[in-house]
Design a protein around this ligand. Sequence first.
Ligand code: TXA
Ligand code: MG
Length: 338
Amino acid sequence: METKIFQPNQIDEAAAAIQAGELVAFPTETVYGLGADATNEAAVKQVYLAKGRPSDNPLIVHVTGEDTVKQYAQPLSAKAEALIKTFWPGPLTLIFELQPGKLSKAVTGGLTTAAFRNPDNQVTLDLIKAAGVPLVGPSANTSGKPSPTLAKHVYHDLNGKIAGILDDGPTKVGVESTVLDMSTEIPTILRPGGVTEEQLEAVIGTVRSNHHKVGKGEIPKAPGMKYKHYAPNAQVTIVDDEADWPAALAWAAQQDGTIGVMALDRTLASEDLPANTEPFSLGADMDSASHLLFAGLRHYDLESPVTGILAQGFAAEGLGAAYMNRLNKSAGQQHFTK
Ligand code: TXA
Ligand code: MG
C-alpha cells in the first residue's frame, strides 16, 4: 500500500478512509497522531500493529469538545469542567473513569479509564467532524522513535503501513500534550507537556506529579512511560550546565565520527565548534527548544547521520519539565560529566 499525502482541502477523502476502517495520520498542535475510528475495534488494533506498539499501552481519544467525552465518561467533576473550559482545545489530555462497556479494550488497554483530548488544529477538528467519530491517536511514529513534528517524519516511519497522512505543515508546540489523571483523588500529572503544572494549579489548585523516574518494581501509572522512548540512532548525551560546553566539545573533538550538537543559538554562537561537529539550532529559548527537539533528533537520523549527539539541558521547570522529560528518555538518562 502506497501511503497517500492528503492536503487540507482533501479532508473528505481522509474522512472516508477513516470511515472505511483505515489509518490516517493527522496534524495536531503538539505532534502528528496516528488516527483510526475509536469505535472500530479492528481499526484500532491496526494502530498497534503499524506502530509496533505494545498492546497494553492505551490510546488517547481525540474529540471536538466535551459533548463526546460525556457520551463515554462518568459525569465530569467541577474541576474537570474548569480545565476543559480553560485549556480546550489545546495540549491537555484528561483521563476519566468510563461508563462500563463504552470503549473497546483495544482503546483502553483493559483499564476502566480512558484519555481524552481536544486538539487545537482546525484541519483535524474538521476531519473528526467529517468522519463523525472520535479518533484514537498515539503519536504517529514507530514505537520508540521520536514523535513526528512534520509529515515527512510520519512518512519515513509508516509509509506503506497506513492509508494516508493529512499534511498541515510543522506542528506548533513540538512536545506531546500534558496527561492529567482526573480519576485520582488529587489530579495527577502522568506526563508533563504543553500545559504546565503551574498553569493547571492556577485553575484547580494542587496537582500531583507522577512522571518522575519509575523505580525498579514500581508500576508506572501511564503504561507508555515504561518503554524506551524518543531514541534516535546515535547515543544522546545531555549537557546540563552551560559552563560544561567547552569540556563537552573537547570530548567531541576526540571522537572518530561526527558529533551532533543541539543547542540554543546563543550557545552555538559563543562556543568554538570542532570541525567534526554538526550543529542543530534549538532557536532562541525554551519555547523554540521544545518545538524543535524532536525535529533535531530526527534530523540526525534522516539527513545528517552522526555517531553521537550532545544536547542542551535546561531546568525542569515550566515547559522545561516537558522538554527534559523527553530529552532524558532519548538519552537513556545519560548526562555529560567532566
Ligand atoms: O500530544 C499528544 O498527546 C499526542 C497527539 C497525537 O495528540 N498523542 C500522544 O499519544 O502522545 P501517545 O499514545 O503517544 O501517548 C499517550 C500517553 C501514553 O503514555 C499512554 O500510556 C497514556 O498517555 N495513557 C493513555 N490512556 C491512558 C489511561 N487511561 N491511563 C493512563 N495513561 C494513559
Ligand atoms: Mg508516543
